[in-house]
Design a protein around this ligand. Structure first.
Ligand SMILES: NC(=O)c1ccc[n+]([C@@H]2O[C@H](COP(=O)([O-])OP(=O)(O)OC[C@H]3O[C@@H](n4cnc5c(N)ncnc54)[C@H](O)[C@@H]3O)[C@@H](O)[C@H]2O)c1
Length: 336
């Protein structure tokens, strides 16, 4: 069995961080979680949970204090496409501060390994102009033409990790997530991503209703379920590879197909009203997992349909708890 480690998870009040803490605790490690807020839907499993704003240097030093073996750096100002399109300056400034300072505070505190959570938003937009996109290989991030704001910041923070490895031999790992979804993720309020937003809209609709979907629905993405994401994070932290690795599936679907899966799981027949003036990001994006397979001998396996079967009921239940849908409407309506 792996020896018990002392681990820090930043962003532990967020979606991926919260699931990761739960898994690390189940594996027997000591965990400190840090965030601006506590997890939204259930208590953290962390041994220590500290509310700290990691845009401040002294807070980063506090977060990484006390012989931490490994840091999972997941704290970030981020949200779905509407949010990252609207707030480029805030997102870029906040994340530059968090990432540059957490990296240095971790090195100064003698942390052994540091994992940076990057994003598929680093990929060149010119390579994502078609819905039947060629899956993105890690080298497709340069020449740089990433998502404005959020993507530029992630790309530079990746580069900073490489410099820390080159100049200080500080052990860094870089993970590029591709659309992570699952229960306990934000599903409302503007920061939610497409799968959660669609689950919410479907849950709030009655059979025969119309729901709004951003774009013409033919834009494509691949989505990774949270359990695969956490499994991949642990493997990437443990491996010896310093450069960026995709962490996504290569199950490419259109947003219309995603809506179809959610409606099937909900047992509802709905029509879609496409809002063409809404932000929709790149036209198509998929993950090439060749390098992930080569380095880890592993890749995500949970299908989108299986993941939606876990995610939709959780969101419907939450909406019911919040009094936004009646218990009767939560019941599965048989497909006519
Ligand atoms: N979920 C995805 O699909 C996805 C895709 C690509 C990249 N990522 C990256 O993965 C990481 C985790 O994402 P997530 O989906 O869990 O997002 P999330 O928003 O649920 O979690 C991020 C957490 O960081 C915290 N945070 C923000 N500013 C902070 C600050 N100044 N100090 C301390 N904490 C702060 C937030 O409060 C939040 O709880 C982020 O780096 C994100 O950019 C996620």
């Amino acid at each position: 069995m792996e020896p018990r480690k002392r681990l820090l998870v930043t962003g532990a009040g967020g979606f991926i961080g919260h699931h990761l803490v739960r898994r690390l605790k189940a594996d027997g490690h000591w965990v400190r979680g840090v965030d601006l807020k506590h997890p939204e839907y259930e208590a953290s499993a962390a041994d220590e949970f500290e509310i700290l704003d990691l845009r401040g240097w002294s807070n980063c030093l506090i977060a990484a204090r006390g012989e931490i073996d490994e840091v999972y750096s997941l704290a970030a100002d981020m949200g779905g496409i509407g949010y990252i399109t609207a707030f480029r300056a805030d997102i870029a400034r906040n994340n530059i501060l968090i990432n540059a300072q957490m990296l240095e505070a971790s090195r100064k505190n003698g942390v052994k390994r540091f994992l940076f959570s990057s994003s598929a938003c680093v990929y060149a937009q010119s390579k994502q102009k078609h819905q039947d996109v060629t899956p993105l290989r890690e080298e497709d991030a340069v020449p740089a033409d990433p998502e404005p704001g959020y993507g530029w910041e992630k790309l530079f923070a990746e580069e900073l990790c490489r410099y820390y490895w080159r100049d200080y031999k500080f052990e860094t790992r870089i993970v590029r997530f591709h659309n992570v979804y699952g229960p306990l993720g934000t599903y409302d309020g503007g920061k939610e991503k497409a799968p959660a937003a669609i689950c919410r809209k479907v849950a709030l609709a009655t059979n025969g209703d119309e729901i709004e979907v951003w774009g013409d629905g033919y834009q494509t993405r691949s989505f990774i379920y949270i359990d695969d994401c956490v499994g991949g994070l642990l493997r990437i932290m443990a491996c010896d590879y310093h450069d960026a690795l995709n962490l996504g599936t290569d199950e490419l679907v259109t947003i219309n197909q995603l809506v179809g899966f959610v409606c099937e799981v909900a047992g509802k027949r709905l029509t879609i009203r496409h809002r063409l003036d809404a932000p929709q990001g790149v036209r198509g994006r998929n993950s090439d997992n060749s390098r992930l397979r080569q380095i880890l001998g592993w890749e995500p396996t949970i299908t989108l349909r299986a993941g939606v079967e876990q995610t939709y009921p959780w969101i419907a239940e939450e909406l019911g708890r919040a009094g936004r849908i009646s218990p009767a409407r939560r019941q599965r309506v048989a497909t006519a």
